[in-house]
Design a protein around this ligand. Structure first.
Ligand SMILES: Cc1cc2nc3c(=O)[nH]c(=O)nc-3n(C[C@H](O)[C@H](O)[C@H](O)COP(=O)(O)OP(=O)(O)OC[C@H]3O[C@@H](n4cnc5c(N)ncnc54)[C@H](O)[C@@H]3O)c2cc1C
Length: 394
């Protein structure tokens, strides 16, 4: 009977164990926490956004884009959703975003744990893997356990203290693309942040690197006393992370009136600029936007002054000076390079029978269920591959 060790009882490790377990194998899940699927309970603000109907590949990112495109097969992604349906997890779908019907992440967590128990999958908790060796075709873990197959499903250092798997893998000569915080908040330089703190507004946000627009997002922006937050910012933050690391100039430009076709019309109806804008935007925000405007009578502005006003309203710039760190992010950008793995199986090209799933790989997704979907998808690919190998060796 083949022995398979999965390191990490998080989303991808547990999903892998459930899909892989049969009478011909023994699976042991090793988890450093005192409980499995700890992070899953926190996902989606405690609601767990586990899938999205919009599976356009533009929502997934990696340094190795061709390899990523190869991995994201529509049929496989849909199969992940089917597997959730087969587990009896009934979705509550809001604008294409999938949550458990209970609207509570614990429903998914409890279901997966119940299934682990049903299948008699061994789970060793409070067990941190800090040493991996390979000898005579067997993996030796912490000089304690041995296995025929080893799967690294340890996620990333995002919201984890003392993450050691990157160092272990580097010692095994696996190429790691420097992990950086993703889906995080941005620290900006703006003298009015205290006045803006607490404002939420819909907008179009663009990230600008060395004066070039890299990506645009529409949605809710949250202004805080250190900078920018909200889903639009989370989705842009990977570009800030990567480019600040390269010492590039990073700015975020906000269009506060992105759905208004003709801005001039606002002031035709109401000539007092402040009064007109107060009927459209948050009053505290209007106060800051108009801080340097001397004349509030629209009709009296010169053409240049009008253009300046439009620019403030539609191209307000924040200089990004930093990002919130790994303790404040939702995913990591970077990880095990996709060039390190056979894309059909996610098996290491350097060490046979060593596999990777989930966030440890250099793949990150937008907000909207894409990171969990990649956790399920990568687990599905690995489960199929190990099962095939086992069948062949019978
Ligand atoms: C606050 C928050 C909200 C999120 N919301 C969403 C959402 O709604 N939708 C979405 O798609 N994604 C969301 N994500 C991202 C998503 O949770 C992760 O991308 C996903 O859990 C990654 O799965 P994984 O299996 O790779 O890693 P994880 O789920 O992180 O599991 C890795 C496991 O490995 C264990 N481990 C690590 N090192 C070792 C070691 N050396 N030895 C033993 N065990 C080890 C860890 O303790 C952990 O249990 C969110 C993330 C956060 C932080």
């Amino acid at each position: 009977m083949k022995k398979i060790i999965i390191v990490g009882a998080g989303a991808s490790g547990v999903f892998l164990a459930l899909n892989l377990k049969n009478k011909d194998n023994e699976i042991i899940l090793l988890e450093k926490n005192d409980t499995p699927l700890k992070k899953l309970s926190m996902t989606g603000n405690g609601r767990c956004n586990y899938y999205n109907d919009d599976q356009n590949i533009k929502h997934y990112h990696s340094e190795s884009l061709n390899e990523l495109n190869y991995l994201l097969k529509e049929k496989d992604i849909k199969r992940c959703l089917e597997l959730f349906n087969e587990l009896g997890i009934y979705p509550r779908i809001i604008n294409g975003y999938y949550y458990p019907y209970s609207n509570n992440a614990k429903t998914i967590r409890n279901t997966l744990i119940e299934e682990l128990n049903k299948k008699n999958i061994k789970l060793k908790l409070n067990y941190e893997v800090n040493n991996i060796k390979k000898k005579d075709n067997k993996f030796i873990i912490n000089n304690d356990l041995t296995s025929d197959y080893l799967v690294i499903s340890t996620g990333s250092k995002c919201m984890v203290n003392d993450y050691i798997m990157y160092d272990i893998l580097k010692e095994m000569k696996i190429d790691i693309i420097k992990p950086l915080p993703g889906l995080t908040k941005l620290v900006v330089d703006n003298k009015y942040l205290n006045k803006l703190n607490g404002i939420r507004t819909l907008c179009k946000a663009s990230i600008i690197v060395n004066d070039e627009v890299i990506k645009e997002e529409e949605g809710e922006l949250q202004l805080t006393n250190y900078g920018l937050s909200g889903i639009v910012i989370f989705n842009l933050s990977r570009y800030a992370s990567i480019n600040l690391e390269k010492n590039n100039n990073v700015k975020v430009k906000i269009n506060f009136l992105h759905t208004i076709q003709n801005i001039e019309e606002i002031f035709v109806k109401n000539n007092n600029i402040k009064s007109a804008l107060n009927r459209i935007l948050d009053e505290k925000l209007v106060n800051v936007l108009l801080k340097d405007l001397k004349n509030l009578n629209y009709n009296e502005l010169t053409k240049e002054e009008k253009n300046e006003l439009f620019k403030i309203l539609t191209e307000y710039e924040f200089i990004v000076t930093g990002i919130k760190d790994f303790n404040n992010c939702q995913v990591s950008v970077g990880g095990v390079s996709l060039n390190e793995v056979d894309l059909k199986s996610l098996e290491s090209l350097k060490i046979s029978n060593l596999y990777f799933t989930g966030e440890i790989l250099d793949v990150d997704g937008d907000c909207g269920g894409y990171n969990l979907t990649f956790a399920w998808l990568s687990a599905l690919i690995v489960s199929r591959s190990i099962r095939r190998k086992n069948d062949k060796s019978k």
